[in-house]
Ligand binder design. Structure first.
Ligand code: NI
Length: 184
């Protein structure tokens, strides 16, 4: 296990369409473990492989597991989702505005419209088919991470972007509280 370096938009890997995962071998297991370590270290809620310069279609998502988060997100709090080759097969018509940040773009926030709920299919880390129904903040994080696999960043679609002031520093890739609760 190891913490990997998170790249920024000056690195072209972040803008590339990532390749499908076809082998769930030891190297892939190592990649997933490293992504989990890297996300923990960064205290984020989601990470896509291209962010650590690996052009493969795999994402991990995990909302915080504190008491407040459990109240707000119930069973979604603290659950680790590892999804290879994720596809959004269903998305609500309803769109919600919320605040996003990205570990690859430290120090900025933006407001982004996302589907209020989505159904994501893909494969787990062993290659078994999985299906995740996500609402609210969890749905937002899935949409943000899946965008990374196609080289898309939230700043491409944000309605407004601003620089974080040092005094309100927050963990990255974690929208502000009010938007999170407003979208669930
Ligand atoms: Ni991101």
């Amino acid at each position: 296990m190891a913490i990997r370096k998170i790249i920024q938009p000056d690195n072209p890997t972040l803008r590339r369409k990532a390749r499908r995962v076809i082998s769930f071998d030891r190297d892939f297991q190592q990649l997933v473990d490293d992504m989990i370590d890297t996300l923990d270290e960064a205290q984020g809620v989601g990470l896509a492989a291209p962010q650590i310069e690996v052009s493969q279609r795999v994402i991990i998502v995990r909302l915080p597991d504190d008491e407040e988060s459990r109240k707000e997100y119930g069973k979604d709090a603290g659950v680790l989702y590892v999804v290879a080759n994720p596809e959004i097969i269903k998305a609500s018509k309803e769109m919600v505005e919320g605040v996003e940040a990205c570990l690859s773009i430290p120090g900025y926030y933006g407001t982004v419209d996302r589907h209020e709920s989505v159904v994501v299919t893909g494969q787990d880390r062993k290659g078994k088919p999985i299906r995740v129904k996500a609402k609210g903040w969890l749905a937002r994080v899935f949409q943000h991470e899946i965008d990374h696999l196609d080289g898309r960043l939230y700043i491409d679609i944000a309605k407004e972007i601003w620089e974080a002031r040092p005094e309100d520093a927050q963990p990255e890739e974690q929208p502000a509280k009010e938007s999170a609760s407003g979208s669930s």
